[in-house]
Design a protein. Structure first.
Length: 273
């Protein structure tokens, strides 16, 4: 098969429709080359000689479909990515939640890291919350992703030496252990996080969340899918709660009830009803 014939226009339409229907990820003509590249790798790895045969496979096999969706996602992350968000959480969000919950008997802050990739974000949140929450305050973190491969890395909690950039030295010594070739997250910190597979196109069933992080994820969705995801967050969150999205993402113009909040550290959104 000639290189130019690898994926016809009709084939591209088939694949991008399936991907959108299953995940909300929106491929356009401008990022078609990314899909073609990932498809070539997948066909080679799985031994398929045509995109049509592989399409027939993922249309019938949910396990292979999940693996395919895993292969087309981009998982760029690092510890303490966009430090301003964590500054806002420490100096504004958590104090606000403590005021809101004061006297209620509820001393647990519930957090969802949606699109957690290989785990750097939820582990960053866990380190920070461990530092700033005095007894009797506690926290719980749910971390989810559509990539099973990334979740396995996150659950393992091992990061090579070149992956721990950004972690303050004091946090590194306290929350990770040096092992051959890198660092391992300590069990007491790992116990604060529940990692789980989740496709943001579906309802996760979470309720009464105080903080949701979903950064640099909805940028891959079209407007309809973005609105649906954001509104599902609204339904999953407590009556007074906070949402962080990526610095290049915005809810401006979107049909949502979230309020825009500008702090001296960063911008974010809140649900106050």
């Amino acid at each position: 098969m000639a290189e130019t014939e690898f994926l016809t226009d009709a084939g591209f339409e088939q694949y991008r429709t399936l991907i959108y229907n299953e995940s909300g990820i929106h491929f356009t003509s401008t990022n078609r080359s990314i899909l073609e590249s990932r498809l070539k790798e997948r066909l080679r790895d799985k031994g398929y000689d045509t995109v049509l045969k592989y399409y027939e496979k993922i249309s019938k096999d949910q396990g292979e479909l999940k693996s395919f969706l895993d292969s087309i996602t981009t998982n760029l992350t690092r510890f303490f990515r966009n430090q301003a968000h964590f500054d806002a959480m420490q100096h504004f969000v958590v104090p606000e939640l403590q005021k809101i919950k004061h006297g209620s008997g509820n001393t647990t802050i519930r957090i969802w890291s949606a699109g957690c990739s290989t785990g750097e974000e939820p582990y960053t949140i866990a380190m920070l919350m461990s530092e700033i929450l005095p007894p009797p305050w506690k926290f719980e973190i749910i971390a989810s992703d559509i990539s099973l491969k990334c979740l396995m890395i996150a659950k393992e909690g091992f990061y090579a030496d070149n992956r721990i950039t950004g972690i303050p030295d004091a946090f590194l010594k306290k929350y990770l252990s040096k092992v051959d070739g890198g660092y391992k997250v300590r069990p007491d910190l790992m116990s604060k996080i529940r990692f789980d597979y989740h496709n943001l196109k579906n309802d996760a069933g979470h309720k009464n969340l105080d903080i949701v992080f979903c950064r640099n994820v909805i940028i891959y969705f079209d407007e309809a899918a973005q609105t649906a995801v954001i509104n599902r967050f609204w339904d999953a969150m407590a009556s007074k709660s906070f949402l962080f999205i990526g610095h290049s993402e915005s809810l401006f113009g979107m049909d949502t009830k979230f309020e825009f909040v500008k702090t001296q550290w960063s911008t974010l959104y809140r649900k106050f009803v």
